[in-house]
Design a protein around this ligand. Structure first.
Ligand code: RFL
Ligand code: PHB
Length: 384
């Protein structure tokens, strides 16, 4: 078998890349380890930057997103018994975010690929990467797929990054001393906008998926398990961390999804080796506090699509050669923003009174100074 671009992974990065390449007449095959139902149900991100929405709409896969997505013009920072709004419409006019579940993006992309006759193969568990220096090919299930280029879109735990020879990549990492417990509940959101809450008990986030489904996160110890968090304990803790301003009550409902996510940051440099290009979580991870992971994956794929289009239409590899450099500027800005939001809002060492005073001072500053609030807003909605 032969294709122009062999893509490993049918997450947002791999599927969007395959679709954008198709629109430019470039062939690809997507090989995914999991089943279709599994990837369509995997609950993850929910915040799409304006640039991500624009990319999906321009690519013709945004109809349901425009219909069902929830546009947001601000977020609330809740701390010290008060809620302060970061107003995007005032601070970054014309720019906003849209709340739309990542698995809905994945469903829309799979539907578009299959409708266009795209080759997306699920339950391929033994993909191996070969010949990166000269003649790349993938093997799986006794078959061989020759390609001009391989795109590693297989997430943090995939096979593409480990197939780069030792010593080539420089790795940057940070582990946080806590995790997030995330839930989905059948209940109308208790707030129109996202609430990022800093409390002495730890961080909590009130997000949503639709007018009838809410999404919540709680800062929990790094080794926490779902079994330790029965529904009543989750609601009690969410109430303790969110019902901290006068007049706000949290509505509860049936919890139908629970998961614990470790909080870590990771960057692999460069994001390419020979004929292999890494995109999305395969190359970098951010803690979810800044809502940047999915948006970075989409930004990588935009850069890679341009570079591949140039390569296949003119033979010039100049944009491919600078792929990593082009992506890493945005990646490091998002790394910094995500670290900053995480540091500002989570409880670290309970003995560190000095650190707590610094957090509160900065929260006061970011919610009262237009300059500081604009810094948060322009990073949150996504830099150009
Ligand atoms: P994915 O989505 O992990 O997809 C990788 C795909 O590759 C497959 N795979 C393999 N396939 C073949 N062979 C192998 N050996 C393979 N190994 C793995 C996997 O099964 C999978 O289908 O990576 P991608 O496409 O780079 O997308 C990245 C995003 O998923 C990720 O950055 C975001 O979900 C991060 N994130 C958020 N990002 C945002 O922009 N906004 C948010 O609000 C946000 N919230 C979040 C998040 C991530 C979270 N978790 C669970 C990590 C909230 C949470 C809780
Ligand atoms: C979500 O809705 O899943 C979500 C929202 C904001 C974040 C992270 C996750 O910062």
């Amino acid at each position: 078998m032969r294709t122009q671009v062999g893509i490993i992974g049918a997450g947002p990065a791999g599927l969007l890349l395959s679709h954008l390449l198709h629109l430019r007449g470039i062939s690809s095959v997507v090989l995914e380890k999991r089943g279709r139902a599994y990837v369509e149900r995997r609950v993850r991100a929910g915040v799409l930057e304006q640039g991500t929405v624009d990319t999906l709409v321009e690519a013709g896969v945004g109809a349901r997103l425009l219909r069902e997505g929830l546009p947001h013009r601000g977020i609330e920072l809740r701390y010290g018994g008060q809620g302060r709004r970061i107003a995007f419409e005032k601070l970054v006019p014309g720019r906003s975010i849209t709340v739309y579940g990542q698995q809905e993006v994945v469903k829309d992309l799979i539907a578009a690929r299959l409708e266009a006759g795209g080759d997306v193969r699920f339950e391929i568990e033994d993909v191996a990467v070969h010949g990166l220096e000269a003649e790349p090919y993938l093997t799986f299930g006794g078959e061989r797929l020759d390609c001009d280029v391989i795109a590693g879109c297989d997430g943090f735990h995939g096979v593409s990054r480990p197939s780069i020879p030792p010593g080539v990549l420089r790795l940057f990492e940070r582990e946080y001393p806590f995790a997030w417990l995330g839930i989905l509940a059948r209940v109308a959101p208790s707030s129109e906008e996202l609430i990022y809450a800093r409390t002495e008990r730890g961080f909590a986030l009130h997000s949503m998926r639709s007018p009838t489904v809410s999404r919540f996160y709680l800062q929990v110890p790094p080794d926490a398990t779902v079994a330790e968090w029965p529904d009543e304990r989750i609601w009690a803790e969410l109430k303790a961390r969110l019902e901290t301003v006068p007049g706000f009550t949290l509505d509860t409902g049936e919890i139908f999804d629970k998961g614990v996510t470790p909080m870590r940051a990771f960057v692999a440099e460069p994001m390419q080796y020979g004929r292999l290009y890494l995109a999305g979580d395969a190359a970098h991870i951010v803690p979810p506090t800044g809502a940047k992971g999915l948006n970075l994956a989409v930004a990588d794929v935009r850069v890679l699509t341009e570079a591949l289009d140039r390569f296949f239409s003119t033979g010039s590899a100049d944009l491919l050669d600078t792929y990593s450099e082009s992506c890493l500027k945005r990646v490091w800005r998002a790394q910094h923003f995500s670290w900053w939001m995480t540091t500002l809002l989570h409880t670290f060492d309970s003995d560190d009174d000095y650190g707590r005073r610094l957090q509160l001072s900065y929260l006061d500053y970011v919610t009262s100074s237009e300059a500081a609030a604009t810094t948060l807003a322009e990073n949150y909605v996504g830099l150009p």
